[in-house]
Design a protein around this ligand. Sequence first.
Ligand code: SAH
Length: 420
Amino acid sequence: MPASGQQIVTVSRRGADRIRAGHVWVYRSDVTEAEQVPPGALVTVQEAGGRAGPPHPRTLGSAFYSSASEIAIRMISTKPVDNLDRLLRERIRSAIAYRERFVADTNAYRVVFSEGDFLPGLIADRYNDVLSFQVLTQAMDLPETRETFVSELRSAFDPAIMVERVDPRVRKLEQLPEKENEVVFANPARGETPVAPPAELGPAGQRAVPSTQFRMNGVHFLFDPLAGQKTGAFLDQRENYAAAAGYARGEALDVFCYQGGFALHLARVADKVTGVDSSRPALEAADENARLNGHEIEWIEANAFDLLRDYSDAGRHYDTIVLDPPAFAKSRRDAPAALRAYKELNLRALKMLRPGGILVTCSCSYHVSASDLVEAVTSASVDSHRNLRLLENRGPSKDHPSVLGIPETAYLKCLILLAS
Ligand code: SAH
């Protein structure tokens, strides 16, 4: 039976099978009835009865509905949900308990990873005394839902500031009103740095917000709560930074270095480190991070494809190379072009690696699978006449949990290879 007052969304056999196979999404094309369901509503999901399905409608559980996204249904429970506020608070507490168990050696990590924590549409990161969150669905954008997760996160962490970081593309897809990154609240009584009252914020809520520092694996980073790409830092690579540093040596090149995540870790073991990125603000932040850690690192602003071509043509050599490009394949259609780009980058890198050198090669495109990436790198090794041995086949850090049955939660691949 549906929980009291909830609307029913009916899905096709295919949609129901998907849920029974452990996924939590149903695409709009598999929704057979969702009449007048308001955006973001909590709904009861049923498999249509009759000709196409079982003799009688069968209840599959409770879900968040989106009136705009191609992903119309995101399941939140196989049971009726009578008290959403309580369920969300329990899920947040259990996400925090998971981190207490599996995250070590850092005060910056993902606290809530959307479907990975059975909280579809919500991402929350902790950067020391700053909490940052991002809303990805209509349901998580509803005022009462926001109130619930903001208050639960606030009482768990007592942060100095909490900020909302906006992904404009996602808000558009969900037909949510445009908004800017903003400070949700600032608690002047907390934190090592005094916090500007909201009245002192700049036009778009920018600047005047103090930065903080966080650490991971003993490396220190500056963090500006409202600046930077994505949700601020690439926390999903945290364990891969440490793993890469375990093998790195000699002269190291960190390509697509952003604010220096890999480079700063490599600098502890390598003789010389160079970081490359096309974003000047990212490199400026990287340089401040290097100073904070007492390392001298060379930063180069360049298009990585041009630089790798020029450097490999010029016969330059390295002992360690990291490739961590942005997601080249945003959709399945982009996958073939993305694979060509991965191959090109890896081919150039292999030409420059000295015998015994280490290649750390990553892909964060969900549409490029782990075996696709292996295939692209293999093809690069054949063309460059280099043998590669796999030292480690890695994924994201454990604070970005991958759920079996929801392949979209496993997007980051990181191979550590030894070139001979
Ligand atoms: N390795 C980083 C994350 C990299 S994210 C870390 O661990 O923190 C991808 C980076 O690639 C971004 O910083 C972006 O500015 C940069 N980038 C995107 N296209 C690029 C290009 N063509 N050449 C160089 N850098 C590029």
